[in-house]
Design a binder for this molecule. Sequence first.
Ligand SMILES: Nc1ncnc2c1ncn2[C@@H]1O[C@H](COP(=O)(O)OP(=O)(O)OP(=O)(O)O)[C@@H](O)[C@H]1O
Ligand SMILES: [Mg+2]
Length: 246
Amino acid sequence: MGLISVVTSGKGGAGKSTVTAGLGCALARLGRKALLVDGDAGLRSLDLMLGIGGSAVYDMADIFAGNCEPIRAIYPSPTCPNVFVMPAPVSLDQLASPRDMARLCRGLSRYYDDVLIDSPAGIGRSFETAVAGAAQAFVVTTPDMVCARDAQIVSHLLSGKNIPARLIINRLRPAPVLAGKMPDVDEIIDTAGLQLIGILPEDEAVAVANANGRPLPSHCHAAACFENIARRYLGEAVPLARLEKM
Ligand SMILES: Nc1ncnc2c1ncn2[C@@H]1O[C@H](COP(=O)(O)OP(=O)(O)OP(=O)(O)O)[C@@H](O)[C@H]1O
Ligand SMILES: [Mg+2]
């Protein structure tokens, strides 16, 4: 059985979809078979980020409507071998119930090493559905206090559901942190109240990859950080890099 994880945040735009895609590709590069489930009904992104785009015919809603078997709503990424994507329903009205989502993810986890669910922004009904089947969570925050406090709120909700969570700080820019103009990593961790699993830099390569539905070039800084996070998730003791201590 593969491990089911949800990628979430309190505040929108923190980088949940970016992390889901980047971590999925990093895991695949390490030889794993990863299923990325887009839980953002009505505002899907993973299909575009993973190069599937308009070729998807079925989505999660079709499974629950009885229009297709789950496998027909899962698409291999043409840009990232061993990464598979289940697109979210096109409309929020088609949002699955938490119970259906949990059952679906548990069933699918038999066929993949890792199932990563990309959660929508906020803590409403879509959040409840996205986290329903997860055995663990990655909470994504940007390095600012508003986002970190929202991460703390999500962390409380997750702990109330007995879902262990670890923190990913995204879009860190070392220069303003070193100049004392932005909170440092320890302040963000303290505010979020979660154990850190890794840090991703602000990196133009991430924005370019997302915009074009391509995987991150393996030589870029963010790709190395994703690999570190993937290795830690798999249980390796990977020390924090210099950037991650700032
Ligand atoms: N480390 C990064 N470096 C540069 N750009 C980034 C980075 N992380 C995310 N971005 C950009 O920030 C924007 C928001 O990212 P993303 O869509 O992953 O956030 P999200 O949390 O999934 O948003 P939503 O809450 O709307 O689902 C995107 O344009 C993405 O390309
Ligand atoms: Mg998103």
